[in-house]
Design a binder for this molecule. Structure first.
Ligand code: MCN
Ligand code: CUM
Length: 803
């Protein structure tokens, strides 16, 4: 390629391609009130649905009296499980191989479970009528603790599974047991522990939290009885998967089902699953022949749609006396709630939790995850989690601190000692993951230098020595590795559909373009960044490239946006679709310039004749020719579609450091510094990456410092409104300092790895490690999130540190 001339530099800048901090194209609409969300959809004759929900967490339904509700003016229908039974729609399959009640069938399993639906002229009538439905319940004993649930005498929660000794993931050992999933080499690990000079163990609980997107879940279902076509606007992160599920459940051919995800006001994993509300609205529209809208309120969203975590973990490390880790063993009890509705790739009931050897070279490892039913809402995989990588990183990053404390080693030194070294990549972990690329030592040094780490430790020691110090000081480190880009379809599928993704690009005669994708943005800026990839690959300005997602009638089949998979999978599909177009464009250019293809050089936006840059054809010239002046025998048009099945996941990583001060009088924590270095390989749009990292760190701060979903013994969720559930604003949010290194993925066409979940995955253990580090001189090795002032103050009291 010729070195870009000065004019080349200008042309390159005009493309606004990869590496540019191109401003978000979406924002012009959003900041002028022109966003178009599900609740903005108004169809002629549209009716409204509301849901009658259970006040009890575990109860038998003795009777349901609809008469008062049906008598109310404006009410069109009240439907219960009995009405869905003839259609076999009162239960539905979950993505995890279980079934979930659409409307409670004889029994409710968690508070706020869907019991009946009301369809009315407007939302207010529907809400009033829902209150008028009288349900007679007989209370049953409630189980909210998964350890209690596994006791022999525990009440049977899922009577529908009576006698089923095996489930989707193997044998069931107890009536409330869902699965036991293991990975790694149990014998090799046991042997390493048996001979290890040093071992540590730690129990830790990662509490249940909720992603709480600003827009709640909802849909507008519209069945056209004349055409037999169903169109549903829905807040879905995976519209094609929804279409497949809806077609399978309803029997309507997939070609007559159209799912449209319009603008989405945040998903964060909350909008991956298929919820009873969607199914009910669709059934109601089919039954009534009219469009039906259902939009959750905040309490319904927090109480019933996909929560996250609820992992009770026991970790063990074996090591040498100087801190070289030789083995990791983990046992998890996972509270899945009433139905196993985790949105994981089919073969992985614990998601990608087995990435839990983290950034460390650990020879032997074994993990066991036991899924358990309780009387809580179902879900489990949500909230910027990369399929439970959040839990995995929390486990290993907490464990390494526990080991450092036991051995009296510095928490940075122990990490550097155990890091997988740069020359070991591609590195196969004890759990079988093949890490594609990484350079942890360089990144670590960059962060420690920036933080002035030795001085921080010295300051901490001085504080500890001073009985009059008003504040404790904690220094937290988290040096994580993510696994994103599900996935190679040989390993990852959803309901049997391989987890590839897709892109279709069409170049119009005048040189502008449209790209259609199987993914769907919820705020990640795909319309901005995807265009940048095409701009660089094809030499067409980003401004004239439209990116369209979310409509199953126009987009090629794709598995959607979650698990930070859009860049690793769809991003690769874009590049490869563009390269197909590029190859055809080269042929057309050769024809137009009357030279051989080999005589052409590609330069930014054009093909030059080798050695004579004055003879060239731009991509714009070629686009025009593609519709009127082609080499003999060549098909007209300039477009391509690519379905990309990745050969491997991508393994982004980060080094995070948090310094915080704890007020010994009040227990208040103040984050003094938070440094986040991320490496996501090739960076498409640094500004968007920065935005994703700020957002993920802020959500991580929320989880660590305030979010929780506590249940009382009766299964009442305490805190399902934004009065109680902590959403940080600019006031509480710390100032973030970001940094990066670039270690491209060797197997991705543009070397990019995902980034969106990293800041969340990495920051939560970093905050936890910082708070616990502040107390480490007292012998404390674990505290449970969230670290509210009251909880921290209790710790201060317990150790005689409160002022
Ligand atoms: N990007 C980049 N260079 C890279 C990697 C990513 O410029 N090397 C850009 C991408 O082009 C994209 C964005 O960063 O615009 C995020 O890309 P990626 O990491 O591939 O993640 P996804 O697009 O697949 O987004 C999913 C991820 C998930 S799973 C959750 S949960 C989450 C998150 O995105 N939900 C979000 N970030 C969110 N941000 C917003 N505003 N709203 C949500 O609901
Ligand atoms: Cu696990 S939250 Mo995101 O994968 O949609």
């Amino acid at each position: 390629m010729n070195a870009p001339t000065d004019k080349g530099v200008e042309r390159l800048a005009a493309l606004q391609g990869m590496g540019e901090s191109r401003l978000r194209k979406e924002d012009a609409r959003f900041i002028q009130g022109k966003g178009h969300y599900v609740d903005d959809i108004q169809l002629p004759g549209q009716l409204h649905m509301d849901i009658v929900r259970s006040p009890l967490a575990h109860a038998r339904i003795k009777s349901i009296d609809k008469s008062a509700a049906l008598a109310m003016p404006g009410v069109h229908a009240v439907l219960t499980a009995n009405d869905l039974k003839p259609l076999k729609l009162h239960w539905m399959p979950t993505l995890a191989g279980d079934v979930a009640a659409v409307l409670a069938d004889e029994k409710v399993h968690f508070q706020m479970q869907e019991v009946a639906i009301v369809i009315a002229d407007d939302r207010y009538i529907a809400a009033d009528a829902a209150e008028a439905v009288i349900v007679d319940y007989e209370e049953l004993p409630v189980v909210i603790d998964p350890y209690e649930a596994l006791k022999p005498e525990a009440p049977v929660l899922r009577e529908d599974l009576a006698g089923k000794t095996s489930g989707a993931h193997g044998a069931r050992e107890h009536h409330n047991h869902i699965f036991t999933w293991t990975a790694g080499d149990a014998d090799a690990t046991a042997q390493a522990f048996a001979t290890a000079p040093v071992t540590v163990s730690q129990h830790m609980f990662y509490p249940r939290v909720h992603p709480c997107p600003l827009e709640t879940c909802g849909c507008v279902a519209s069945f056209d009885p004349i055409r037999g076509e169903l169109t549903t606007y829905i807040t879905s992160q995976a519209p094609h998967v929804v279409r497949t599920v809806v077609s399978m459940l309803s029997g309507i051919p997939e070609s007559k089902v159209r799912i449209i995800s319009p603008d989405i006001g945040g998903g964060f994993g909350n909008k991956v699953g298929v919820y009873p509300g969607y199914v009910c609205a669709i059934v109601a529209s089919i039954v009534l022949g009219k469009p039906v809208k259902w939009v959750e309120d905040r309490i319904e969203n927090i109480s019933t749609t996909a929560f996250a975590r609820d992992y009770h973990m026991d970790g063990e490390l074996a090591a040498t006396p100087d801190g070289k880790i030789t083995a990791l063993r983990v046992k998890v009890v996972a509270d899945h709630g009433a139905f196993d509705a985790c949105a994981d790739p089919t073969k992985f009931p614990a998601g990608l939790f087995h990435i839990c050897t983290g950034s460390y070279d650990i020879a032997a490892a074994h993990c066991e995850v036991k899924g358990v039913y309780t009387n809580k809402a179902p879900g489990g995989v949500a909230y910027r989690c990369s399929f439970r990588v959040t839990e995995a990183v929390y486990l290993i990053e907490r464990m390494i601190d526990v080991l450092a404390q036991k051995l009296g080693l510095d928490k940075a030194v122990i990490r550097e000692k155990n890091f997988i070294r740069k020359e070991q990549f591609p590195y196969t972990s004890a759990f079988g993951f093949e890490y594609d690329s990484g350079d942890y030592h360089t990144a670590m040094k960059q962060v420690l230098d920036k933080a002035g780490y030795p001085a921080l430790r010295a300051e901490q020691a001085a504080r500890r020595a001073d009985p009059n110090a008003t504040h404790l000081m904690g220094i937290g480190l988290c040096t994580f590795t993510e696994v994103v880009g599900a996935g190679p379809s040989k390993m990852c599928d959803i309901l049997g559909v391989g987890m590839f993704d897709s892109c279709e690009i069409r170049i119009h005669p005048t040189g502008s373009a449209i790209a259609r994708m199987g993914t769907i943005t919820q705020g990640q800026g795909h319309q901005t960044t995807y265009a940048q990839i095409i701009a660089t690959e094809l030499g067409i300005g980003s401004e004239v490239i439209q990116v369209e997602e979310g409509d199953t009638s126009t987009a090629p089949y794709g598995l959607g946006t979650y698990g930070s998979r859009s860049t690793p999978v769809a991003g690769a599909a874009i590049a490869l679709a563009a390269r197909k177009i590029h190859a055809k464009a080269r042929k057309i250019a050769a024809h137009l310039l009357e030279v051989g293809e080999a005589d052409l050089d590609w330069e930014i936006d054009r093909f030059n004749v080798k050695g004579d840059a004055s003879r060239f054809k731009t991509m714009k010239d070629i686009a025009w020719a593609a519709y009127n002046n082609l080499p003999a025998g060549m098909e007209p048009g300039l477009e391509a579609v690519h379905y990309y099945d990745p050969p491997n996941f991508t393994y982004p990583f980060g080094i995070y450091l948090c310094v915080l001060d704890i007020d010994r009088a009040t227990g208040e924590t103040q984050v003094r510094r938070f440094i986040a270095l991320d490496d996501c390989g090739t960076r498409i749009n640094p500004m968007i990456i920065e935005g994703q990292i700020h957002g993920g760190l802020t959500e991580g701060f929320a989880v660590a410092m305030g979010q929780q979903m506590p249940f009382d013994a009766q299964g009442n969720l305490l805190g399902n409104t934004l009065m109680d559930y902590f959403l940080p604003t600019a006031v509480e949010t710390p100032k973030w300092e970001t940094d990066h290194t670039v270690t491209p993925s060797p197997h991705h066409p543009i070397g990019a790895k995902g980034v969106a979940e990293s800041p969340h995955v990495g920051s939560i253990p970093c905050f936890a490690n910082a708070v616990i580090d502040a107390f480490s001189h007292t012998g404390v090795t674990d505290l449970t999130m969230p670290f509210t002032s009251y909880r921290v103050w209790q710790q201060l009291k317990a150790h005689g540190l409160a002022l």
